[in-house]
Design a protein around this ligand. Structure first.
Ligand code: ADP
Length: 476
């Protein structure tokens, strides 16, 4: 079986959020199961520094009444021979940002990602990698099944994975010219009067999935305006939820090159060295017994930052230390810049994007906070489990599927969970965590180690994807 991924993000070439971690990790996991995978990605600025590129082909991309010629360079994922075909079209992709700059989306996103989808369809013939299934990710690649339907000649099937329904690629209908599609198709991908690329993808893909079973259910009730089409596909048995996994080659405290001291479930004691070092590096008081609470996140409404903002002083009054790594909404950035000044030696905020610090914070913290309003899957709670950093999460989407409340009576569970989206519920869960940390170190250690021993690798999920591919190609 041959699968061609089409996506806008992929570590180490381009990362904004979880999508970037998922694409290469799933491609690798599938490869280990004997599935031939390759990835199509825009040739963003800086890509050439991260892989050796060979020029291998040219594709002609017909859009808006014009055919553009695009170079395709072949690289590979690090560590593995998964080929990555980069679409080298400088007018669209040789820019400092992936989606935009300084918080502003590029005004030609519609054209850029229509180009990605259109060009991806020309890849098989150009490079000789002829897939059984195009596996397309999020709205950026959602026009693949639309153009495939329009062309009418493609044998490959299309699986669309929705990583986050909050991003749909919505544009005024008057910009439809850019897509080079006939009126009938334009109408078919118009939703509530506007072009909606994700809607088009959901409609025309052969199968659709999201990144956790709970989110797949939730979005049929509250699907950011797309619940009707999602319900329709679900009723036909064509909508699935498959949990993301963790790439333990990258997120593993036993081998993580970014952290100060390696440790494992069998010997978690050296985790304390990471805490001490992080406290020192970030100007936090070197107190081993104060619970250190971490957050690593895009600073967007989805992640529950309105709760954190309004609860911040009460959180700090639980006697914790707090560290945040994130960028995004300038209001949240500003809030944290100011809030930490009120707690010298006890709170720190790194308002930046840093892979290195993300790993260090995972290794150093005792508690990881994710009070998301909604969360399609969430990766950091699973990273936290492996790093012995006990997650405190809201029960939504993938968080509900991966974190179970600690039960002192049976000594089970792997974290702390709250349901209601409220400041009180979040504080209560955090308080339960802090109380256990302070009150019963033995139980805390068992809780940590239980999480560290869990297996959230891609293996099981990759098998689920194989089942979907199998359905698509009529194989078992
Ligand atoms: P989302 O895709 O909604 O952003 P996920 O939890 O699925 O949320 O994935 C987020 C990924 O992005 C994680 O790998 C997380 O560590 C990373 N991340 C988010 N913000 C930052 C940041 N400021 N610096 C480094 N990594 C970050």
């Amino acid at each position: 079986m041959k699968i061609l991924f089409v996506a806008a993000e992929c570590v180490p070439f381009a990362k904004v959020g979880g999508l970037a971690d998922v694409v290469p990790a799933l491609a690798r996991a599938l490869r280990e199961l004997g599935v031939e995978t390759a990835i199509v990605l825009p040739h963003y600025r800086g890509v050439a520094e991260k892989t050796e590129l060979g020029e291998c082909a040219t594709v002609n991309v017909p859009l808006a009444g014009e055919v553009r010629s695009c170079k395709v360079c072949r690289g590979t994922l690090p560590r593995e021979e998964v080929p990555v075909y980069f679409l080298d079209y400088p007018p669209y992709f040789d820019r400092p940002g992936i989606y935009g700059e300084r918080g502003k989306e590029y005004p030609d996103s519609l054209e850029r990602f229509a180009f990605l989808s259109r060009a991806a369809l020309a890849i098989p013939e150009a490079v000789g990698f002829v897939p059984d299934v195009f596996h397309v990710h999020d709205w950026h690649a959602a026009l693949v099944p639309v153009y495939a339907r329009f062309d009418g000649a493609m044998e490959a099937k299309v699986l669309l994975t929705i990583h986050n329904l909050a991003y749909q690629g919505i544009y005024p209908r008057k910009r439809a010219m850019a897509l080079g599609l006939p009126q009938g198709m334009i109408s078919a991908i118009t939703h509530r009067g506007e072009l909606n690329l994700l809607y088009g993808g959901i409609k025309f893909a052969d199968l659709v999935n999201t990144v956790s079973p709970t989110y797949a259910q939730e979005i049929q009730e509250d699907g950011e305006g797309l619940e009707e089409i999602l319900r329709e596909r679900a009723q036909k048995g064509e909508l699935f939820g498959i949990l993301n996994g963790v790439d333990y080659e990258v997120w593993n405290p036993e081998i993580d090159p970014f952290i100060w001291a390696h440790y494992s479930a069998a010997g978690p004691a050296r985790k304390a060295i990471n805490k001490e070092r992080l406290q020192r590096e970030l100007g936090l008081a070197p107190e081993a017994d104060v619970p250190l609470v971490g957050m690593i996140s895009r600073l967007v409404d989805q992640k529950g930052f309105d709760l954190v903002m309004s609860a911040f002083e009460r959180m700090m009054s639980l006697g914790i230390q707090f560290v945040l790594l994130g960028t995004g909404n300038p209001n949240y950035e500003e809030f944290f810049r100011i809030a930490i000044r009120r707690h010298p030696g006890r709170a720190a905020a790194l308002i930046t994007f840093s892979e290195e610090w993300a790993h260090r914070i995972e290794a150093a913290c005792d508690i990881f906070l994710m009070p998301s309003k909604f969360e399609p899957c969430g990766l950091n709670q699973m990273y936290s489990l492996r790093y012995g950093t006990v997650p405190v999460v809201r029960a939504t989407g993938g968080l509900a599927d991966t974190v179970r409340e600690y039960d002192p009576a049976t000594d089970t569970g792997n974290g702390f969970v709250f349901s209601e989206y409220s400041l009180e519920a979040m504080l209560a869960a955090l308080r339960r965590a802090v109380d256990l940390y302070r009150g019963d170190r033995g139980a805390w250690r068992r809780l940590m180690v239980r999480g560290m021993c869990e297996d959230h690798s891609w293996r099981a999920s990759a098998r689920e994807y194989m089942k979907l591919y199998g359905r698509l190609v009529g194989a078992s």
